[in-house]
Design a protein around this ligand. Structure first.
Ligand code: F6P
Length: 364
């Protein structure tokens, strides 16, 4: 008979629809092996202050797979290797508290941690693995920018929400002969903008991987007008950049791992369109709506498959790896390998080409 394990799970970084489904799958797969499972609250905070550790039972996770967010809470500011702590003079300084995390992990006699997160959280997991913690990663992000896996959970839900919003914008844009510029998330990757823009029949899609020229965008809108289409939908990724320019950031907002909060490019693009073409334009930012609510069936199933595969990886002793979709299979990829890859939209890939074939302008 295999060893009765005592494992724990945490969720780190921005939330993504499907986190609760991973928690449910890990809990159930462990329970069905007669293992004990504990949830660490707020990323690694629960391993610094161990009051934040809760036992996970089938009753506690019953039905949570369909609920958005994470019952464990999350943070994108909780890196134990660089924790902001007030010193004696009251000034905030960065301290390495990773040894305290290791001590608590060992004292509580955990056999393994399932770390669910994006590249920032999985980088932390990899550093703990180097210190001797048996860790299995589960990749999550709505941005879909994690290497080593075809897709991360949360992405499909975000794209569905953005597509539905774009669908709704068509009728109001058409009624007013307006240009609606909609900003979607994705950080420095344009996957959400690309997939929702093509699916939502956008006229223009602007993504970080293809720097745009605002004149090309205006040419497209004027050309549409000549052909009788007086309204337009422009989908812009929050990280899109004009040729020779930089990203637009929200001044004064405090970010997580990358210390800047992107936002404002839609307003800028809408303003330029009005200034250059005289067309009435409006901008809107979908923001965190894209991360809220129930995961799509695709994300729910992927999250459940990821969670169960993480437990199998623990059983097989395959640590310092993350579960990944390499269709149609769930496989294990070394964290070191996955973290080396920066996944971005390929400007020469078939999805961008599909957009071009449909007549969508990418601003280049
Ligand atoms: O990485 C996920 C993401 O939603 C990005 O698309 C976005 O830029 C960022 O997180 C927003 O972070 P926050 O929740 O800190 O505003």
């Amino acid at each position: 008979m295999s060893k009765r394990m005592k494992i724990c799970i945490n969720t780190g970084g921005g939330d993504a629809p499907g986190l609760n489904a991973v928690i449910e799958a890990v809990t159930m797969a462990a329970h069905n092996r007669q293992w004990e499972v504990y949830g660490i609250r707020s990323g690694y905070a629960g391993l610094l202050n161990t009051d934040e550790i809760i036992p996970l039972t089938p009753e506690k996770v019953d039905g949570i797979a369909s609920i958005g967010g994470t019952i464990l809470g999350t943070t994108n500011k909780g890196n134990p290797f660089m924790m902001p702590v007030a010193n004696a003079a009251g000034e905030i300084e960065q301290r390495d508290l990773s040894d305290r995390v290791m001590e608590n992990f060992r004292r509580l006699r955990f056999d393994a941690l399932v770390a669910v997160g994006g590249d920032g959280s999985l980088e932390i997991a990899h550093r703990f693995a180097a210190k001797g913690m048996p860790v299995v990663g589960v990749p999550k992000t709505i941005d879909n920018d994690m290497g080593g896996t075809v897709i991360t959970f949360g992405f499909d839900t975000a794209v569905s929400i953005a597509t539905e919003a774009i669908d709704r914008l068509h009728s109001t844009a058409k009624s007013h002969d307006r240009v609606m510029v909609v900003e979607v998330m994705g950080r420095n990757a344009g996957f959400i903008a690309l997939n929702s823009g093509i699916s939502g029949n956008a006229d223009v899609i602007l993504i970080p991987e293809i720097p745009f020229d605002i004149d090309r965008v205006c040419d497209k809108l004027m050309d549409n007008e000549l052909h009788g289409r007086k309204y337009a939908i422009v989908v812009v990724a929050e990280g899109a950049v004009p040729k020779g320019g930089g990203v637009v950031v929200k001044e004064g907002a405090t970010g997580g791992r990358q210390h800047v909060v992107l936002g404002g490019i839609a307003e800028h693009v809408a303003g330029e369109i009005t200034r250059r073409t005289g067309k009435d334009s409006r901008s809107l930012v979908l923001g965190h709506l894209q991360r809220g609510g129930s995961p799509t069936t695709f994300d729910r199933l992927l999250s459940l498959r990821f969670g169960a595969a993480a437990v199998r990886a623990i059983e097989e002793g395959r640590f310092d790896h993350m579960v990944a979709l390499q269709s149609p299979d769930i496989v294990l990829v070394p964290l070191a390998e996955a973290l080396q890859i920066t996944k971005r939209v390929r400007p020469d890939g078939d999805t961008v080409q599909t957009g071009r074939d449909l007549g969508i302008c990418f601003g280049d």
